[in-house]
Design a protein around this ligand. Structure first.
Ligand code: WTA
Length: 631
């Protein structure tokens, strides 16, 4: 990103956008909220959600940084996402339009969704799953994945969705950490017409991790898979049993009861189980989706992420359902069978709002605008992006070619940990390509130096969140100390949350995210810890030591570059063998683009790898100050 905060192009919303906007004057709404964020969120909690019983206290900071929201309230996010719609016309509205990679589609009304969720909830209960238990879900992008999540939540259990692109070790570790006794998976998923053998990976992960007593397998691809007698059951067989009848009580939960765990990469090899709860999270996702994407009854919303990531949890599953929206889910790859696949879907299903990642935009941009132009995309009225900074060139292409110059782009900055958007435009905000503009209403954010002083406009600093928000993570599953250490220790005195990103503010107070300052790499928008990849590499017998860094890439944002020191006396393996090894352990997203065999790694005298030096070496640049180098 080349922006230095100087004045540059500004995109103003059209009159039509202004007229239709849910929030007419976003700046006024933001400013009014900053003075009393708790009140802002409390008002939204009353306005957008139903509660079985109200709260005694909107926010409790008596045990910071373990904040609580809507203390004493009774709720279940399923009540807001499904149950309450069944008494209204919305029961006949489509909740989801699911499109298979091969083109066939399934539409599901809120009424039917409730039936399917209730049935699967009964299945889970019959397997002994109770309130507070965890269920691991390892599936492809199917409707059943969403149903499994909602069913788990309905009975008060906690879902842990593991992205279907992860492999054996990554899955085993996550099952182990969450201590799940039930795993829901599918035989395989489709990717570019090929089968990804999820069940085989699941079987091996279950063997490695222990714990799992029952595995439910959805038949999707129909290929032959190994089913273990007594442990494994087919989804369709269970759903036909009398026990799986179509009604099931929604469990009454405390606002602060756990809703889900979602593992994300951090600075150590062990992934962090980010924990979200029922009450605050539902307020965060419903409010942000309403204010930023302006959803109304006419919309067809398409969040093109995977339900297995936070973006999917918040903006495919929970947010749109709470607002009673119709969502599109597409199973496959954006360029399959041709690079017009997405634009065909927009045309065929009349998508009005599209939310995706810069890497996908850049990937499709490569094929040229003719693929977009052959379709009628005039139904689109708003666009969105998330996951990494968007370069102005991709922004303009998205705006002009996809959005026909009329659709504002909502560049939303947030994290697995934040639950929902934190820095984002609203449709009426004047836009600058590459900037997420300003903190959302009820969000207090700044860019500060190491001492916590705000930096001058144009200067780089730490992005901090200075006031708790309802959708914040509550802890790291099973490791409260790591939660405190990771997010709250840098600015402990001030009580601020550090995001791990660096940023700038410009003269207009617009935020520009620069990127991660910790050992996290964003590859195609996926978040990967260098330590995770390094520990996969050193698990190979030929590797004594490894260091990985991210190197800028035109389409993927970053690619992984690995430096490897070989074990003495073992022959150098082929690069391809090491890559395959990482693929089998973590998954295709973690595979290094380059592996370089080296004799030594640059380290400080205290033994810390100097990634800065490695990065300069990989990019052929001057490594700068080397005075702390040990050797
Ligand atoms: C990055 C994804 C710039 C950032 C929802 C953050 C962004 C990390 C943006 C979280 C954006 C996310 N502009 N950078 N609009 N959105 N990021 O947990 O580095 O997968 O800390 O959550 O993605 O990644 P995560």
């Amino acid at each position: 990103m080349t922006n230095n905060g100087a004045k540059q192009e500004l995109y103003h919303p059209t009159d039509e956008v202004k007229q239709n906007a849910f929030v007419k004057d976003d700046q006024a709404v933001r400013e009014a909220s900053y003075a009393d964020p708790v009140k802002f969120w409390e008002d939204r909690a009353n306005e957008l959600l139903d509660w079985y019983e109200p709260w005694d206290k909107a926010m409790d900071n008596s045990n910071a940084p373990f904040y609580k929201w809507f203390v004493g309230a009774k709720t279940n996010i399923i009540h807001n996402a499904i149950d309450r719609h069944l008494d209204t016309q919305r029961k006949n509205k489509l909740a989801f339009i699911w499109i298979a990679e091969d083109g066939h589609a399934v539409s599901m009304s809120y009424f039917r969704l409730n039936r399917e969720v209730s049935k699967f909830a009964n299945v889970l209960k019959s397997m002994g799953v109770k309130k507070g238990d965890t269920v691991t879900i390892y599936m492809g992008r199917t409707l059943e994945q969403v149903i499994a999540m909602l069913a788990t939540t309905k009975i008060g259990a906690i879902h842990s969705v593991v992205y279907g692109g992860f492999s054996t070790e990554a899955l085993a570790e996550r099952i182990e950490d969450a201590r799940s006794r039930v795993l829901v998976t599918q035989d395989g998923s489709f990717h570019r017409g090929k089968v990804v053998n999820l069940k085989e990976i699941a079987n091996e992960a279950v063997r490695r991790s222990g714990h799992v007593e029952h595995v439910v397998t959805l038949r999707r691809t129909g290929h032959e898979v190994e089913m273990v007698e007594g442990r494994d059951f087919w989804w369709h067989e269970l759903m036909n049993l009398p026990v799986a009848n179509g009604s099931c009580e929604t469990e009454v939960m405390d606002a602060e009861d756990p809703l889900f765990i979602l593992y994300t990469s951090g600075t150590t090899g062990k992934p962090k189980g980010v924990l979200h709860t029922h009450g605050g999270y539902q307020v965060q996702v419903a409010t942000t989706l309403q204010y930023v994407f302006d959803l109304n009854e006419q919309d067809r919303w398409w969040c093109a992420a995977d339900p297995g990531w936070i973006t999917g949890h918040s903006y495919i599953v929970y947010g749109p359902l709470i607002l009673g929206a119709t969502s599109v889910i597409y199973e496959g790859a954006p360029d399959y069978p041709y690079p017009d696949r997405w634009w065909r879907i927009v045309e065929e299903y009349g998508v009005t709002v599209l939310y995706t990642a810069p890497t996908a935009i850049r990937g499709l941009m490569r094929f040229g605008e003719a693929w977009v132009k052959r379709h009628d995309t005039s139904s689109l009225r708003l666009l969105g992006t998330v996951g990494e900074p968007i370069n102005p060139e991709a922004w303009r292409w998205y705006h002009e070619v996809v959005g026909g110059g009329r659709c504002p782009i909502m560049d939303t900055w947030w994290q697995t940990e934040t639950g929902g958007f934190m820095i984002t435009p609203m449709p009426t905000t004047p836009l600058k390509p590459g900037s997420g503009t300003k903190p959302f209403a009820g969000v207090i954010a700044d860019v500060v130096d190491e001492e916590g002083n705000p930096v001058k406009p144009g200067e780089e600093g730490y992005l901090v969140l200075q006031h708790p928000w309802p959708g914040m993570l509550r802890t790291v599953w099973g490791d409260p100390e790591r939660y405190r250490q990771q997010y709250w220790s840098t600015f402990e005195k001030q009580g601020w949350y550090t995001a791990g990103d660096s940023a700038r503010k410009d003269d207009d107070g617009y935020f520009w995210i620069i990127g991660r300052i910790d050992d996290v790499i964003k590859v195609s928008g996926y978040r990967l810890g260098t330590a995770e990849i390094e520990s996969a590499l050193v698990a190979h017998k030929a590797v004594a030591e490894a260091a990985v860094i991210g190197v800028p890439d035109e389409v993927k944002g970053n690619v992984i570059h690995a430096f490897v020191i070989l074990t003495q006396g073992i022959a150098q393996p082929e690069e391809a063998e090491l890559k395959q090894f990482v693929r089998d352990e973590i998954g295709p997203i973690a595979v290094p683009a380059h592996i370089e065999f080296v004799e030594a790694l640059p380290k400080t005298r205290s033994g810390k790898i100097m990634r800065r030096v490695l990065r300069a070496t990989a990019m052929g640049e001057d490594p700068g100050d080397m005075s702390t180098l040990a050797d």
